[in-house]
Design a protein around this ligand. Structure first.
Ligand SMILES: [Zn+2]
Length: 333
């Protein structure tokens, strides 16, 4: 793991100032959508707290920073969830509370990182109830960092004692700089494609470049947009059918298509270009907006949301895709 964190200068500056003033916050929550680097930020903050130079940012060279980069620092405890993402109270949470009384091995702090708490569907509340005492009155040498996609899963009693950090997306320049540094073999064109698909989400940019499932979803969403622009009902049906039997692909590609439609709505009402930046296909959104009235655009956006709901509700996928194809064809006729 490297100790560089792109964008998000405000939270990083806040961490730096807390450390310089000797007022490290002992309970932190990091929230933001998937792919923005919440776990990486947790490691970065931990590294900043433990860096032996103690100047508010991780130097990347001292013994502590090097151990963190190698994932071997004995005072950073990455609490483990089970394969489904659930934290098992007796196996992973109660032991932390017991262990927290023990002094750190070699640092000023012992830092517990509890990542993806929102994935712990069965135990997210129980985890927080068990941790409450620790968060209310942490021993001098303890800090707890939690991450989740949404702040909503946190209990009010935890929120009131915890410093929240919202991780935000990064600029195109920052995404480009990150990808150039981490993918030296990628061509300029590949990087530009990944940046446009990931729209400020480094995790998405990486997934695109590494041709993970996100890549396929982006391709499918762009193809669906092109099909919609032509108004060709058969092509719309065909592009949606490519996801038949693949629920995750269907959901993600329709969701990405929804973002393109949202951009088309923004474009349609003549908003500034920078507001039209949520989707992976700005050019497609512009074309789509010229095919639809403003009202038709927002109706289509509602339709997309409705169909995502149907997929989530486990409606029959083939029928759902057929029905969505018919609606979409009607909308762009
Ligand atoms: Zn250091």
């Amino acid at each position: 793991m490297d100790l560089k964190f792109y964008g998000n200068s405000e939270p990083l500056e806040l961490v730096r100032r807390m450390i310089l003033k000797g007022r490290e916050q002992r309970s932190i929550m990091i929230h933001g959508e998937k792919g923005l680097g919440k776990k990486h930020l947790a490691q970065y903050i931990a590294a900043s707290y433990l860096c032996q130079r103690h100047d508010g940012t991780p130097c990347g060279e001292c013994r502590s920073c090097r151990m963190i980069m190698h994932g071997t620092h004995p005072d950073i405890i990455n609490v483990q969830a089970n394969a489904n993402g659930n934290y098992i109270i007796d196996e992973s949470i109660r032991p932390i509370v017991a262990d927290s009384a023990v002094m750190p091995n070699e640092s000023r702090y012992k830092i517990y990182i509890i990542a993806d708490l929102d994935r712990s569907v069965n135990t997210a509340v129980a985890v927080q109830n068990i941790l409450l005492k620790l968060i209310e009155e942490p021993p001098e040498h303890v800090a707890v960092i939690m991450t989740a996609r949404s702040k909503e899963i946190f209990l009010p009693t935890i929120i009131s004692r915890t410093l929240p950090f919202a991780v935000s997306s990064v600029s195109e320049q920052e995404s480009t700089a990150y990808l150039r540094e981490n993918y030296p073999d990628a061509t300029g064109e590949q990087i530009a494609q990944a940046v446009s698909a990931g729209r400020g989400n480094i995790g998405r940019c990486r997934a695109y470049l590494e041709k993970e499932s996100f890549f396929e979803s982006v391709q499918a969403a762009r193809e669906l947009c092109d099909a919609a622009v032509t108004g060709d009902g058969y092509r719309i049906l065909r592009s949606l059918h490519a996801a038949d039997g693949k629920k995750a692909l269907a959901r993600e590609s329709i969701e990405l298509f929804g973002e393109i439609v949202r951009d088309a709505c923004v474009c349609r009402v003549g908003e500034a270009e920078e507001k039209m930046s949520v989707s992976c296909y700005a050019q497609g959104a512009r074309k789509l907006s010229s095919e639809l009235s403003a009202g038709a655009c927002t109706d289509l956006y509602d339709t997309v949301c409705d169909y995502i709901g149907r997929i989530d509700a486990n409606c029959n996928l083939s029928l759902t895709l057929n029905s969505f194809a018919a609606k979409l064809s009607q909308a762009v006729k």
